[in-house]
Design a protein around this ligand. Structure first.
Ligand SMILES: [Zn+2]
Ligand SMILES: [Zn+2]
Ligand SMILES: [Zn+2]
Length: 333
């Protein structure tokens, strides 16, 4: 690179501006352009894109990443304002207009509103409303002095920000409440598994229909993978330490496969069992007047069954009595 001489004492007035091509186009036409285009981010993005292709003209279109003024933060407004003010000269605005815009930013930045709670957000909102309003008024050929702070618009901006904040607080509270309820539900579900059900996972809800729940035939390992029962693995371990639940068929509490109990007599061998497993996985009475009757599985559990849809199925699978379920059968262990 050859050495060029410079004249001593003559500096550069400002670093030649890097402006987003779309902003350049709009500013030259004296049209409204979102302040986002004057943020360093927007300029960098436009430069990256024009490097990709030899023809940079496609960047003259509006950027899909552009953010409306109403969503800029106050620090972003302050960061973008200098580039905006410097670019005004592209539109060959008279000096009056350029100083009015400069005073617009200075007067906002000096305003006492910024010391208030959420003052930043209020001022960013005010900026967005006023700048757009000024360009609108200009198009209607009735411009006003933008540098004069409008207390009415400022008060409206404050009301809007307070409203947004209240809505957000309400949403946060609702989300926190929902989370808490979900946790309580999970705890209750775990508790009820430990205290009331036989040592297998709570049966899956059958889709929609209020059908009684069968005895699950899946192994515990497989059942633990069911997405609707993530706590099962843990509760199953807890249950192994708890007293064993009574078998609904032989009424015994000793360790055996209660889902497929194949004993022919009760746990104490006092008499034969009264039920067998049917193909649907339910216990079914094998003899007497109710032979062939499939029994309600929930009815046998400690919590019982609240359904009124099948009163005939509410009989003990240990002794066929309709006064109780297997969990409270007097003949049980
Ligand atoms: Zn049994
Ligand atoms: Zn029932
Ligand atoms: Zn009974």
């Amino acid at each position: 690179m050859p050495i060029y001489s410079f004249q001593k004492g003559v500096g550069v007035e400002s670093i030649p501006l890097q402006v987003h091509p779309y902003a350049k186009k709009m500013m030259t036409a004296r049209k409204y352009v979102p302040l986002w285009y004057f943020l360093p981010d927007a300029v960098t993005k436009a430069k990256d894109r024009s490097k990709d292709s030899l023809v940079g003209s496609h960047t003259v279109r509006a950027s899909p990443n552009a953010i409306p003024d109403s969503r800029l933060s106050w620090p972003q407004v302050m960061r973008a304002k200098s580039a905006f003010l410097n670019t005004l000269r592209l539109g060959a605005w008279p000096d009056d207009h350029i100083s009015m815009f400069a005073a617009f930013y200075i007067n906002m930045d000096m305003h006492s509103e910024l010391q208030e709670q959420d003052g930043d957000q209020v001022m960013a909102h005010y900026h967005a409303e006023m700048r757009l309003a000024w360009y609108d008024a200009m198009e209607r050929k009735e411009p006003f002095d933008l540098s004069v702070i409008s207390n009415r618009v400022l008060a409206e901006s404050r009301r809007e920000i307070v409203k947004q904040r209240q809505e957000k607080t309400l949403k946060d509270i609702q989300a926190a409440t929902a989370l808490m309820e979900a946790r309580v539900d999970a705890k209750l579900q775990k508790l009820s598994q430990i205290t009331s059900t036989p040592p297998f996972p709570s049966p899956r809800q059958s889709s929609g229909k209020a059908r009684q729940t069968p005895y699950p035939s899946t192994s515990p390992r497989k059942a633990s993978r069911q997405p609707d029962n993530p706590n099962f693995q843990r509760s199953f371990r807890d249950l192994n330490q708890a007293p064993l639940t009574r078998c609904h068929r032989c009424l015994g509490r000793d360790r055996h496969d209660v889902r497929h109990c194949s004993r022919t007599s009760l746990w104490n061998r006092k008499r034969g069992v009264t039920c067998k497993w049917n193909k649907q996985g339910f216990l079914e009475i094998t003899s007497g007047t109710n032979a062939g009757l499939e029994l309600c599985a929930d009815w046998q559990r400690r919590n019982g069954c609240t359904s009124k849809a099948h009163p005939e199925k509410h009989r003990c699978s240990g002794c066929t009595s309709s006064s109780h379920g297997a969990s409270s059968c007097p003949e049980g262990e």
